[in-house]
Design a protein around this ligand. Structure first.
Ligand code: KIV
Length: 301
């Protein structure tokens, strides 16, 4: 899938809405019509990417500047992940983060991303009780968080929840394989879907796609299993530690950009060393303040 900096040849354009401020959906232009850049990535563009054998990128984002930068860099999907629990709020796992904590982060990301599809994670405990609870929480993320879609973790057990949410107008991304909200019941961070267990993931993915999920995200799954899941469903798949066969890839942005310290998972590739950049900047600033170099005359009134 082309980024915003190129001509987006694979995606159909939108026209201004007949009312209000938002763009309206239109049918794809006839093939002889030159295609325009996509103003907003929609779920159907991700589907189109799978159909056309193209790829798209997803990153987490939790606030204004990262969202703005990734959006302008052409990242197609921004995930307001419940990984904010570990990466923003300082928890050890994703379990403690609440709906009320995630909603303002989601609003900030949605306001800042002009082109990306913004997907919000439903936190642990906010959809498990019943399909109705899933619908109620999903509505909050679209209405108060300004998200365009939500993501829930879990297998075929959640097919009814997905169905109810989709019927209520909430696009749902399904997250299978290793699901961090279940880390205690899964016995820690463990690869899922090895050997005979692949059949379970294929069944989960098929049930969730049949229920209306627009995309299946797989975490920590052998590449071979991910390929089998991808082949079993029509909808696009996204991988994190799931090899190179999925339509999309996702990483937590602080891992991708080297902001987080400590040991990285095998599936992480670091594209920058922001931790060193920030640390050097903070040390230089501290030294300048202590030595009286800052503020200089050019910074004074
Ligand atoms: O919350 C998150 O960051 C996620 C990714 C691991 C996909 O769910």
């Amino acid at each position: 899938m082309a980024s915003s900096s190129s001509s987006d040849s694979s995606m159909s354009a939108e026209v201004p809405a007949p009312y209000g401020n938002g763009p309206a959906e239109v049918a794809a232009p006839p093939s002889e019509t030159p295609k325009k850049a996509v103003s907003r990535i929609r779920t159907h563009h991700l589907q189109q990417a799978k159909t056309n054998g193209e790829r798209f990128a997803m990153l987490t984002a939790y606030e204004q500047y990262s969202a703005e930068i990734f959006d302008q860099a052409g990242i197609e999907v921004l995930l307001v992940g419940d990984s904010a629990s570990n990466n923003v709020f300082g928890n050890e796992t994703s379990l403690p983060v609440t709906v009320d904590e995630l909603l303002p982060l989601c609003r900030a990301v949605s306001r800042s991303a002009k082109r990306a599809l913004v997907v919000a994670d439903l936190p642990f405990g906010s959809y498990e009780v019943s399909p109705q609870q899933g619908v109620a929480t999903g509505v909050r993320f679209l209405k108060e968080g300004l998200a365009h879609a939500v993501k829930i973790e879990g297998g075929k057990f959640y097919a009814e929840t997905v169905k109810a949410m989709v019927q209520a107008g909430i696009p749902v991304m399904a997250h299978i394989g290793f699901t961090p909200q279940s880390e205690h019941s899964l016995g820690g961070y463990r690869v899922q879907g090895r050997g005979d267990d692949a059949a379970r993931l294929i069944e989960d993915a098929a049930a969730l796609a049949d229920a209306g999920a627009f995309c299946i995200l797989m975490e920590m799954v052998p590449a071979e299993t991910a390929a089998a899941v991808d082949a079993a469903v029509q909808v696009p798949t996204i991988g994190i530690g799931a090899g190179n066969v999925t339509t999309g890839q996702v990483l937590v942005w602080q891992d991708m950009a080297g902001l987080r310290g400590g040991k990285m998972a095998k599936f992480v590739k670091q594209y920058a060393d922001l931790r060193t950049v920030l640390s050097d900047a903070a040390r230089a600033y501290g030294d300048d303040v202590r030595s009286g170099q800052f503020p200089g005359p050019e910074h004074s009134f």
